[in-house]
Design a binder for this molecule. Structure first.
Ligand code: ZN
Length: 273
């Protein structure tokens, strides 16, 4: 019986691995691209950053560009031949790292200084709340949700119930300790906004570091984050420690981490004032 079970487990594991591999459409040492669903692909970099390609009947949209992926423009061309637009959810280098391969990029003006500081020479187009990328049979709408950075946006595919969130929401911790800081009230507002969107037909959030979760987040995650953010603001958060990380950017002076169950907020105490 035990042998039979082991055999069954092996066959199941093999089947799952085969399905995962069959979804893969491109791989090199820096980047793996897999089909996420019809006309949507997910790109995962070897340093744990995520990008998405959404293809409509007339155009395609690349959301975020990872840290370092050589010739990303040519790689995206292997996935879709539709005219391409590129949007970054915010200005951090692990989302804008390869915009140099593209002649123009869309972003929120709140993170302009970051992107200019990275030496981008192409055309920058600003988008704000309500802007729609019209891809033909798919419309992708911008929702402005500052907090992680002053220019953070999320992208909504209302018809399919999907949100692409960059670092505004996602992974098991949100970083609110990086300069320039936004007040915790901005994050609370963003969480409430996302919960309203979830209740209005957008239950799935695909984040900017998908590898840590390997699934979209949704109402449970956002509810927990909102609760913790409100506890921080009210001074009732219980589990607070100094935050240590070797990740680039993370070492801003004196950040703290507030944890609750499986989620956490990394923050600079100044955002509570
Ligand atoms: Zn970021």
């Amino acid at each position: 019986m035990l042998t039979y079970r082991r055999g069954l487990t092996f066959v199941l594991a093999l089947a799952i691995a085969t399905i995962a591999l069959s979804a893969q459409v491109f791989q090199n040492a820096q980047l793996t691209i897999s089909k996420l669903k019809e006309h949507v692909w997910i790109g995962e970099t070897s340093d744990n950053c995520t990008m998405y390609i959404i293809e409509g009947s007339k155009k395609a949209l690349l959301i975020d560009t990872g840290t370092r992926c050589d010739s990303l423009d040519k790689i995206v061309r292997k996935i879709t031949s539709k005219p391409l637009e590129v949007v970054v959810t915010h200005g951090h280098f692990d989302h804008t790292g390869n915009i140099g391969y593209f002649g123009s990029v869309f972003m929120h003006k709140g993170d302009l200084a970051m992107v200019q500081g990275q030496g981008y020479k192409g055309k920058i187009n600003f988008v704000d709340e309500g802007y729609v990328f019209d891809l033909g049979d798919r419309k992708i709408e911008v929702c402005y949700t500052p907090a992680h950075t002053p220019g953070s946006i999320i992208l909504l595919d209302r018809a399919h119930g999907d949100c692409y969130s960059g670092d505004a929401f996602g992974s098991n911790q949100v970083w609110l300790q990086l300069q320039p800081l936004s007040p915790i009230t901005d994050y609370i507002k963003a969480c409430k906004r996302m919960l309203t969107l979830i209740d209005n037909g957008i239950p799935r959030i695909y984040c900017g570091h998908y590898v840590y979760l390997k699934k979209p987040i949704g109402k449970e995650y956002m509810t927990k984050m909102l609760t913790l953010a409100e506890e921080l603001k009210n001074g009732t958060a219980k589990d607070i420690k100094p935050f240590r990380s070797d990740a680039p950017l993370a070492g801003y002076h004196g950040p703290l981490i507030a944890s609750k169950e499986d989620i956490a907020i990394v923050y600079d105490p100044a955002i509570l004032k």
